[in-house]
Design a protein around this ligand. Structure first.
Ligand code: ATP
Length: 934
């Protein structure tokens, strides 16, 4: 039967609502023929042809909202509705007015303009965020291991075809519907299909046909392998899978808002309420001036609209999205926006060792078999190097090599290197065996594998059972402590005997000696068996110890700096490793996680003996902490304990059983290159390069995002004070007209506010962002210093523009009551107020760029987008002042050079005052530091 017809053809299922593949009922051996394939998998050319015929193994994309719907949704949010209503009322006022004021019509149109502009920004932002999310998703490779023509290959999951033989291991996502043909303790989590999240065992034996999902010898697309290993033949791909069947084009899940977004949204609502109240107040206080109620109402409405921070949520989303994009460029993919915020306040990072702190480029450098250690030369995975005196350690390397699932891949091009497919620890063993001249292919042929008890990081052992000429043999390797406890004999240099107390001590001493050089140590053992299918306990007891293997995994060069940066940033780094305490400590010292002579090294066994209180006390000690020989369950417990102490915890993980800790932590960090699919799914951030340095960089960017949000909040809110105060002052001074009209305020909001706010949201991190302690989790966005700064900058701005207005009015010598809208002095004065705000906002944007540092230190010109946005605002203001059509709209007048000079001078006042404030803050901080040192 051809393997290429998708489910129905391939398995000859009956059509109908619940077709039942007969594959479950077949013995494993017959499955291959039934699906038109063989144990060696499909030949590559056939697989390619099949792919072309039945299409990629993909599901139709989850319904993306139609563009017009997305755009339409922008007009239905709270602010948009408020503004549309306001605009409607203004149109109505215009219609009812007698005589009709063109200014009212302009205001109505301007408010609609605000709505359209906001919708445009919101739409563009959402649209690009969706594209970014898709692009980021595509950056995490989704591959699976298959046999093609007898060779083990890694192929993109979308290229799987019916008939492919897939190799499954714990942590893999199942990428198609498959019939299991080989299972070693294989268990899957079918929750995505059945809703039950228990691990369910899989077998290779035939089962009676029944509902497809109940076939215990099938695995299904969308589920995960949680334990064990095995092989399975694909019988359905893409939409023909069970997952494809139940997959609905459900509307995209509602986008979750992060606490920060919620905080800003609720604050924006409050400000909107306040704006409404201020609008009403304006109406009330200006009523006695004798202006017509309609004019006053329209004016109050305009003030209210101007004060509503309509652009704020969109600006916030943009700056979060910029953070996400920047992190992606630095190899950290954010899966949940929440992580951007949490990253900025991270206080503890619990990090793995292998691959994150080290290069995961394992090289066996020492092998020990009862005598002096034998050194192995050569680096990387190229199997060329010398082994000192092979004979005594030959058996160690043979057994270790047989008990491995990795494969060495030779370079395919001149610039390529030897690679390992699978576990690098095992790859290193294969390389060492090759260096010792062993032909593992021949050894495997002489002793074919019949069963396997896969490695798991809780047991820290792996066993394979082989059929030899004389019977059956178990090859076991694992952590020395765990393995030694299961040994009763030793075989060193061909001599076999009982394992004495002295032998045990010698093994421990040799293992410690290797570990204290920072080597990862594995012990290797063997035993004879009667049958091919022993219980795991039987295969892993009464073992004969053969020797130890020590492998080097050099630290990543960039990690030392990253660790030092995190220390300066007040972030605690806790190494969590399954490795030996001595290995862990040696590596931790090399990368700077441990610097003092007395780090606290707690093992998994010690953690087990502690109750929660004792654990809390351990974590409360300020000392350097290493957790060694721990399992993923310990990791979870430690994360929870840190969180109990109020810490914001980032934790790394790669294995399937790291998933709970990854989910529970504030930031779960999965490895993109070496991690399992399950870990990547559970994490909120994926590191493309697996490096600790990427975590440090992401924290830095996370902090910068938060700082930037504060910057544009200060920027946006301070000018509102500059707009309101002159109006209040004019009212109380008894001036009959307003110093700035509603349309002018809107022009400021649209012309000089939105773009610089966006540019502030894209500011690069300040140089000292990693020199400060983490932000407290409880800290509100509108903290006292933020509000203080808004009042400080806004207050100075307000005083300046109010002074400019009255100075100009006074200079004209006209009594207050004689002023009308058309008085040239009035037109000039309001133009100056508007231009004054625009110019001081230009300098204000520069001031808020830094918290404490002088702007000169980060460079006045270092954010060109901000300068361009500010420049645009000033150019627009000049146009409003000089172009007759705009003069007609805004009731403005041309300013002369002296006016501009005065306004520019006044505009710099907030910047200069803020520089003085920052200098004072810096000096105070220095004095405090000196005081603390004394
Ligand atoms: P790290 O912090 O270095 O990433 P880990 O937590 O991933 O370590 P494990 O991979 O669980 O640690 O390894 C724990 C111990 O198990 C190792 O020190 C080693 O002795 C042993 N070990 C590791 N990989 C294998 C394997 N494939 N087969 C047998 N034993 C192994």
């Amino acid at each position: 039967m051809p393997p290429d017809g998708g489910r129905d053809e391939a398995v000859g299922a009956t059509s109908g609502s619940s077709p039942r593949p007969p594959v479950p009922a077949l013995p494993a051996g017959e499955v291959f023929t039934a699906l038109g394939t063989s144990r060696r998998g499909l030949p590559t050319a056939r697989a390619r042809a099949t792919l072309e015929r039945c299409g990629a193994n993909e599901l139709p994309r989850a319904g993306r909202r139609a563009v017009w719907r997305q755009l339409g949704a922008q007009f239905t949010d709270l602010f948009a509705v408020v503004l549309i209503v306001a605009s409607g009322i203004t149109f109505l006022a215009y219609a009812l007015e007698e005589p009709r004021e063109v200014g009212t019509l302009q205001l109505a149109v301007a408010i609609l303009g605000v709505v359209v502009l906001n919708a445009g920004i919101g739409f563009a932002q959402e649209y690009s965020a969706e594209r970014t999310a898709e692009a980021l998703e595509a950056m995490v490779p989704h591959t699976c291991r298959v046999l093609r023509g007898g060779e083990r290959l890694e192929v993109p999951a979308r290229e799987l075809v019916p008939g492919d033989v897939v190799v499954l291991e714990a942590g893999d996502a199942v990428s198609a519907d498959c019939r299991v043909v080989e299972a070693h303790e294989l268990a899957v989590n079918n929750a995505p299909l059945t809703g039950e999240s228990n691990a369910v065992d899989r077998t290779a034996d035939p089962v009676a046909t029944g509902p497809p999902l109940e076939a215990r010898n099938c695995v299904f697309m969308g589920t995960d392998v949680v334990a064990g290993s095995g092989r399975a033949v694909v019988f359905a791909t893409g939409a023909a899978t069970e997952f494809g069947r139940i997959y609905r084009l459900a509307a995209a899940a509602p986008r979750q808002k992060t606490p920060l977004q919620l905080q800003v949204a609720s604050m924006a609502r409050r400000v909107a309420g306040a704006a409404l109240a201020i609008g009403a107040l304006m109406f009330a206080v200006r009523l006695p001036t004798g202006e017509s109620p309609v004019t006053l109402f329209v004016f109050a409405l305009g003030v209210m609209v101007a004060l509503v921070p309509e652009g704020l949520p969109a600006t916030l989303s943009v700056s979060l999205a910029i953070g996400v994009r920047r992190m992606a460029r630095r190899h950290a993919l954010i899966k949940q926006l929440l992580a951007v915020e949490a990253l900025g306040s991270t206080t503890v990072v619990c990090t793995d060792k292998t691959g994150t702190l080290t290069q995961a480029e394992m090289t066996v450098t020492q092998v020990w078999a009862g005598d002096a250690p034998h050194s192995v030369s050569g680096v990387g995975y190229e199997p060329s190097g010398e082994v000192a005196d092979v004979t005594p350690i030959r058996e160690v390397l043979r057994v270790a090599g047989l008990c491995s699932n990795a494969r060495l891949v030779p370079p395919t091009g001149p610039r390529e290197h030897w690679r390992v497919l699978g576990d690098t620890t095992e790859g290193a063993l294969l390389v060492a065996a090759a260096k010792a001249g062993l032909d593992l292919g021949a050894e495997e042929a002489a002793a074919p594998r019949v069963t396997e008890f896969p490695f798991d990081s809780a047991r820290k052992l792996m066993t394979t059972v082989h059929k030899t000429g004389a019977g059956y043999q178990a090859c076991v390797k694992g952590a020395p402590g765990e393995l030694l406890a299961r040994c009763t004999e030793v075989e060193w240099d061909g001599r076999r005997g009982p394992l004495s107390g002295a032998d045990r001590a010698a093994v421990v001493a040799a293992s410690d000696a290797l570990a204290s050089q920072g080597l990862r140590v594995l012990a290797v053992a063997r035993r004879e068996l009667d049958g091919p299918r022993p219980a795991q306990e039987e295969a892993e007891s009464a073992l004969t110890l053969l020797g130890l293997v020590g492998m080097l995994d050099p630290p990543r060069p960039e990690v030392t700096d990253a660790v030092a940066t995190c220390r300066r940033a007040g972030i605690r780094i806790v190494m969590v490793t399954g490795d030996h305490p001595l290995t862990g400590e040696a590596v931790a010292r090399r990368v700077g996680i441990v610097r003092r002579p007395d780090p606290v090294v707690a093992t998994g066994a010690r953690l087990d003996a502690m109750d929660d209180e004792a654990l809390d006390a351990l974590l409360a000690q300020p000392s350097e902490l290493l957790l060694c020989r721990v399992s993923p369950e310990h990791k979870m417990r430690v994360v929870t304990a840190f969180q109990r102490r109020g810490e914001v915890v980032a934790v790394t993980g790669d294995g399937a059983n790291d998933a709970p800790a990854l989910k529970h932590a504030d930031i779960g960090v999965a490895m993109g290159a070496s991690g399992t699919d399950v870990a990547r799914e559970a994490a909120s951030m994926v590191l493309l390069d697996d490096s600790f340095a990427s975590i440090a960089r992401a924290v830095r960017l996370g902090r910068a995002v938060y700082q930037n949000i504060r910057k544009f909040l200060v920027y946006l809110f301070s000018h509102n004070i500059g707009e309101l105060v002159p109006i209040l002052a004019a009212t109380f001074a008894g001036f009959p007209l307003v110093p700035i009209s509603a349309v002018q305020i809107l022009a400021i909001d649209l012309g000089s506010d939105v773009l610089p706010a966006l540019a502030l949201g894209a500011e690069p991190p300040e140089p000292d962002v990693m020199e400060r302690p983490p932000r407290s989790r409880r800290e509100r966005l509108f903290s006292a210093p933020v509000v203080g700064r808004i009042l400080f900058l806004g207050g100075i701005q307000a005083v300046c523009v109010t002074a400019v207005f009255f100075w100009h009015i006074d200079a004209s010598g006209i009594p207050f009551d004689d002023f009308t809208k058309d008085t040239p002095a009035y037109q000039e004065a309001i133009t100056m107020v508007q231009a004054g705000i625009v110019l001081s906002q230009f300098f204000n944007a520069l001031a808020v760029r830094t918290d404490r540092q002088s702007i000169l230190k980060v460079g006045l010109l270092s954010n060109p987008a901000l300068l361009a946005a500010g420049g645009f605002g000033v150019a627009l203001m000049a146009a409003i002042s000089y172009l007759p059509p705009l003069q007609a709209v805004f009731n403005t007048a041309p300013l002369d050079a002296a006016d501009w000079a005065v306004l520019t001078g006044l505009g710099t006042v907030p910047l200069l005052a803020d520089e003085a404030r920052k200098a004072w803050l810096r000096r105070r901080a220095e004095r405090q530091k000196e005081g603390a040192q004394r």
